[in-house]
Design a protein around this ligand. Sequence first.
Ligand code: UDP
Length: 434
Amino acid sequence: MHLAERPKVAFISEHASPAALLGGVDAGGQNVYVDEISRNLGAMGISVDIFTRLDSPESPGVRNWSKGVRIINVPAGPKQHVFRDDLWTLMPEFTRNMLDFIKRNNIRYDLIHSNFWMSGWAATKLKHRANIPMIHIFHAMGKTKRKHQGDMDTSPTERITIEQLVASEADYLIAQCPSEKLELTEDYGVDPAKVVIIPSAVNIERFRPIGKEAARTLIGLDWRGPVIGYVGRIIPRKDVRNIVLALHKVITNKPDLNPLLMLVGGETREPDPKATPEIGVLQSMILELGLQDRVIFIGKRQPDELYAYYSAADLIVTTPWYEPFGLTPLEAMACGRPVIGSNVGGIAFTVSDGETGYLVPPKSPETLAARIIELLDKDDLRERMGSNARHRVVKLFTWERAAELTAQLYVKALSKKLHIANTDYRKESDYEYR
Ligand code: UDP
């Protein structure tokens, strides 16, 4: 990668700030992506400003986040958390304030890297004003969501139209895996030459294997038998119900296995069905199936604690209906644990079937139960798959690699526009809201 001058990137992510990883309720894969990609680009000498909505009374206007990376909190609507699908009406205000901030502080960006459809819309406005290239990553597509969620999809009605607009305005689109590229080219009619696959990744220092017993001691889990782990948001789409049904089948067919299902995630540190309604649904199901002693809800944990939870498990299971990419399978693999995952979206790309775990059809507790029994029965196979899994992520799915590929795309986008990088950088203290 060669960048003659230090480029300055406007990274737009209206709802997913890296700062939310420190305890926010709506933080998922996109927050991790924004954090890791910007951090690694910053370390490579690229200057990144992350524009995100001001969602708490305390947040300052500008915050230095990591080397070369700042978070610019843009006022739009109430200074509190707003449900993601309600943010669309705030986007004109967000965009106006973002553009005002850039103008007031006389910042000249070299390119835009926008995230999710709403920020994509804001990015088109900046693109036209500044006449700079725009790279966009959707993270999830509205058509796929509507197909799978039907009436449960609470996305604003404009979503798909705006996605079409963003897809046509962007100079390049990043797809996280081949199935996402197909969604873009087949469902949205995007020119394949415009779509670049850059797989998202995992922090392999943070997610590292430790011994099972040591891990169980660390997290205070006293269980003699095997542990099946799930880590992630607890929402209907992730279909944890499917895992509970499979557990019931495992126990019925193989009572001697004595497995425990450990569910990590939810909106709060203490599992709370009020804050996470799906936990309530699962609790009723567990009671009905008589599995009260076989399932534990851990609650949400911070990223730097998770390696111990992954490592405490013998295997990790994730069977969503669909998954745009899915970071948790990679995190489990980085911790040296085999993954049984749905044969959908990014999981079908990251989990190597028969090598690092198994791919199973979604909504099929029978198939899942059979694979769980097979893996719990064979210690050697589990160990071999766990070790293959760690090797696979170290080789293919590090954030350093993802950032390097992203920087290469920046170079391509900048040369396409024959853009001359701006070298007039101002001091940190010069940037502020008035
Ligand atoms: N996560 C977390 N604490 C939890 C559960 C999940 O920090 O208690 C993180 C998890 O480690 C992963 C992200 O949330 O990095 C979820 O990303 P993924 O792509 O798997 O799913 P999404 O939530 O974006 O649908």
